[in-house]
Ligand binder design. Structure first.
Ligand code: SF4
Ligand code: SF4
Length: 146
């Protein structure tokens, strides 16, 4: 192939705007609907446990700290979170939300855990949170021969 065949293409690209940004010096805003990291808004959490129940990665853990005070700790294990937003969909009080951060790498998985200690809120839920549909049975079940 002749080298001259590339010249027009080369000249065209010399005067075009770059297709990429100069990351990390310049940053793009995430698109609408981007699923970042879940976080709790404890003021409206009624501790219904729908988020804990429905999380497919078992990344949410709720522990009762004091029955008398109705005090709880909710931990999001972001080292296990797959950013599916099911917890947000399941939450009947909008207490579980997603941010739009994407620079979330950490040197240790322990740095990725987020926890809140709070007293159970008394707010009216929107509607009962339905459980997600169970996965369809496989068309090819595993054989007994392994
Ligand atoms: S975003 Fe998905 S994986 Fe992460 S905590 Fe919520 S339900 Fe679990
Ligand atoms: S689903 Fe919402 S209200 Fe229920 S425990 Fe989770 S964050 Fe709290």
């Amino acid at each position: 192939m002749r080298i001259g065949a590339f010249i027009p293409e080369l000249l065209r690209h010399l005067f075009k705007k770059p297709a990429t940004v100069d990351y990390p010096f310049k940053k793009l805003s995430p698109p609408e609907g981007f699923r970042g990291t879940p976080y709790l808004h404890p003021e409206t959490c009624i501790v219904c446990r729908a988020c804990e129940r429905d999380c497919p990665a078992e990344a949410i853990e709720i522990v009762e700290l004091s029955a008398a005070e109705k005090r709880f700790r909710l931990t999001i294990h972001n080292d296990r979170c797959i950013h599916c937003a099911q917890c947000v969909d399941s939450c009947p009080t909008d207490a579980m939300r997603m941010d739009d951060k994407y620079e979330i790498a950490a040197f240790s998985r322990w740095d990725l855990k987020a926890a809140w200690e709070y007293v159970r809120a008394v707010v009216k839920p929107k509607a009962p949170a339905p459980a997600p549909a169970a996965p369809a049975p496989s068309a090819n079940p595993p054989s007994d021969n392994g």
